[in-house]
Design a binder for this molecule. Structure first.
Ligand SMILES: C[S@@+](CC[C@H](N)C(=O)[O-])C[C@H]1O[C@@H](n2cnc3c(N)ncnc32)[C@H](O)[C@@H]1O
Length: 242
């Protein structure tokens, strides 16, 4: 495993993150998962400190590979409301090109395909992607820390319960692009990182709105176009550091 490599995160100011009230209260029966504090600490290290590299990527891929066969059976409840709410009340323009990061077995992809003009889904785990075989959309196995896309080719990036690589996200997003950050179990989610931390590591200036829906939380962050030029190579969670 790699040591955490502190990144130089320049002071990218987020203009505002407005909290709006939830319209759907959490239903009873929210799952309580094991090892949440440890997993959240890992997710924060990756997002904020850039603690990532080929060895860590291999461990994460193997972890999800072994969960893949049972993933849909074991993760089928409460998965859509926060995403729909974010798209609807977060002011996410319909149409355009969407990058789905950490798409897993593709459970969320149809929702995205109904909103955006084109969806490209990426995941690190071959076995998770195999479970999505036959579903609509383009799927690609790659590490979201270093994606095989040109700069500024996506209008939106959607991250649902996955790891955030802010520098790389900012690079592939259009200058006025939008990041949709969703944690399906909110602050109890294993990969939960606060919106404030995500906003802090995204290079450039962003303003946004956040809320919750059912068990989950979401944030929609819009980049101010004037701040993105020349800044896409800095920020947290950049390409792997060997
Ligand atoms: C908890 S699952 C969520 C899957 C899907 N978003 C959903 O909500 O159903 C997290 C997914 O993120 C993927 N992932 C983790 N690190 C990644 C990385 N560096 N690049 C691409 N995908 C990654 C995992 O392989 C896994 O499929």
């Amino acid at each position: 495993m790699l040591e955490a490599v502190p990144l130089t995160v320049e002071d990218s100011s987020i203009v505002t993150v407005r909290m709006i009230p939830a319209v759907l209260a959490p239903p009873p029966g929210k799952p309580r998962l094991d090892n949440v504090p440890e997993l959240q600490a890992f997710a924060a290290q990756v997002a904020v400190e850039g603690a990532w590299g080929p060895d860590v990527a291999g461990v994460v891929a193997a972890f999800f590979d072994q969960l893949a066969v049972n993933w849909n059976a074991e993760h089928s409840v409460g998965r859509f409301e926060p995403v729909s709410d974010a798209l609807c009340r977060g002011g996410v323009e319909a149409g355009g090109r969407c990058l789905e990061v950490g798409s897993g077995t593709g459970q969320i992809t149809p929702l995205l395909a109904a909103h955006f003009g084109k969806v490209v889904s990426v995941d690190l785990s071959a076995a998770m992607l195999e479970q999505a075989a036959g579903l609509q959309g383009s799927r690609l196995r790659c590490d979201a820390a270093q994606m095989p896309f040109a700069d500024a080719v996506f209008d939106a990036a959607v991250l649902v319960d996955t790891l955030c690589f802010a520098g790389e996200l900012a690079r592939v997003l259009a200058h006025d692009g939008v990041v949709i950050w969703v944690n399906l179990l909110g602050q109890d989610g294993p990969l939960y990182v606060s919106t404030a931390d995500i906003a802090r590591v995204l290079p450039g200036e962003w303003d946004g709105v956040e809320s919750s829906s059912g068990w989950g939380t979401w944030a929609v962050l819009h980049r101010s176009p004037a701040t993105s030029a020349g800044q896409s190579a800095r920020g947290g969670g950049e390409a792997p550091r060997a």
